[in-house]
Design a protein around this ligand. Structure first.
Ligand SMILES: [Zn+2]
Length: 442
């Protein structure tokens, strides 16, 4: 197997940093330490002045998703290549069965679409309806396909939305299987009525999207989902997911302060993109009616340099906390830590070398993503990934993309994560018990 050594950098994990070399054999890190002797013929990556960190994991993408009359433009090839160029080495995409479609068939569709992935990937499975078949298939999804997360849409009425009763059934099933439920938390009934009301006032443009989805609609659904999860025995593990729901519209700047506070305090644990890239042309489907504009935009390529610039350079987060929110925390939540999310002997060699002095101005002209614009256009990042390794292979180096179609592997994730085990122990301890009474004779 080919050897590779990263020399002279500072290795940053979520809990500790130190100057160290990193030796890789094949797809795996075999040693982290000072002045390691490399085998002759090993490729040498000079990381002097750089931070060497676990590759980013983006747990929320929609690649090649058929949605709202269109198909998102970044497929598994270009989405993952864009990810690697931005220091992200694994994505988790949402496998979404059409209502009534078998989860098993949807899984096969997603496996086919993802054969060309250049980085590692996994799936969340969406529960878009409820039946005995769904109940049965959820077990197969967990035990055979290695998926330990199920997504529920509380919005998109008439398409993907599930009601409270269905949520209850599915959350309870998740608790049995050791899986974690995720939600898109917006009150879909209210959104549908608000959309009609906004249109009724003559607002047909994109501004109607935000008007019809105010923060209250999101807050109520989040609370409702947490309550239902709590009733079914999915408590704290569920909160991890709830807090990183990011799909609703961009909010006013004041909301950013509370998001930063959440990240700093640890109540928000993960920064994901919800990358679902539709081109300007595709967005035009909703030229006369904002309800028909395909929902979604990019971000996979920009997440790491943007967050470094806005969080670490400003002192909002330490570099160790940066690693936590871009990689280690989600690896633990998804039960794939420390294979992913950690830079240590035995872990997969998914690594980003970030040069804190490198500058990168975000621009649609230079991005790998297939869309024709970037919502962060012109944002000047200081600190950018200069080398990305995916399973030990140079995937991105000094501005050159080397990753190839099919380099990515499907990552299976076992159920019963530590948080799930702790939570079900607590639920057993605090479960309702019948009071024993002496026989009562009438
Ligand atoms: Zn999404």
């Amino acid at each position: 197997m080919a050897s590779l050594i990263i020399r002279g950098g500072t290795v940053v994990n979520h809990d500790h940093s130190r100057r160290a070399d990193v030796l890789i054999d094949g797809e795996t890190i075999v040693a982290v330490g000072s002045a390691i002797d490399a085998p002759s013929g090993a490729t040498v990556v000079d990381a002097g002045g750089c931070y060497v960190m676990p590759g980013g994991i983006d747990p929320h993408t929609h690649l090649e998703l058929a949605f709202m009359g269109s198909v998102s433009s970044d497929d598994f090839e270009w989405g993952t290549k864009a990810a690697l160029a931005g220091g992200t080495t694994m994505i988790v995409d949402f496998c979404i069965p059409d209502p009534g479609q078998s989860m098993l068939a949807a899984y096969q569709d997603w496996r086919r679409k993802s054969e060309k992935a250049a980085s590692d990937y996994g799936f969340h499975m969406a529960v878009t309806s409820w039946s005995e078949q769904v109940f049965d298939e959820m077990a197969i999804v967990v035990k055979t396909y290695g998926i330990n997360t199920f997504k529920h849409f509380m919005a998109y009425k008439g398409a993907l939305m599930v009601n409270d009763d269905e949520l209850y059934n599915s959350f309870a099933r998740c608790a049995q299987l050791g899986a974690m439920p995720l939600v898109h938390a917006e009150n879909g009934d209210v959104v549908a009525r608000m959309q009609e009301a906004v249109l009724g006032r003559g607002v047909t443009g994109p501004e109607g999207h935000a008007y019809s989805r105010p923060p209250e609609v999101e807050g109520e659904a989040t609370n409702r989902a947490i309550m239902i999860a709590d009733m079914t025995g999915e408590n704290s593990s569920w909160n991890h997911a709830a807090r990183r729901v990011m799909s609703p519209p961009f909010r006013a700047k004041a909301h950013q302060d509370s998001l930063w506070a959440g990240l700093q305090s640890g109540s928000l644990q993960v920064v994901a993109t919800d990358h679902c890239a539709f081109t300007t042309e595709q967005k035009r489907l909703g030229i006369d009616d904002f309800r028909k504009i395909p929902n979604g935009t990019g971000g996979l390529e920009d997440r790491m340099p943007l967050l470094w610039t806005a969080a670490v350079n400003t002192g909002r987060l330490t570099k160790e906390e940066f690693v936590a929110v871009t990689s280690s925390n989600i690896a633990r939540i998804l039960n794939i830590y420390p294979k992913k999310g950690r830079l240590a002997a035995g872990s997969d060699a998914d690594i980003v070398v970030l040069d804190p002095a490198a500058s990168k101005t975000i621009s649609a002209n230079s991005q790998l993503s297939r869309i024709d614009y970037n919502v962060f256009e012109g944002y000047a990042c200081i600190g950018a990934p200069v080398v990305t390794l995916s399973r030990g292979k140079l995937a991105w180096a000094m501005g050159e993309l080397r990753a190839e179609n099919g380099d990515g592997h499907y990552v299976e994730r076992p159920p019963f994560s530590p948080v799930h085990v702790a939570n079900s122990t607590w639920k057993q301890q605090s479960a309702p018990r019948a009071v024993r009474r002496a026989d009562v004779t009438p």
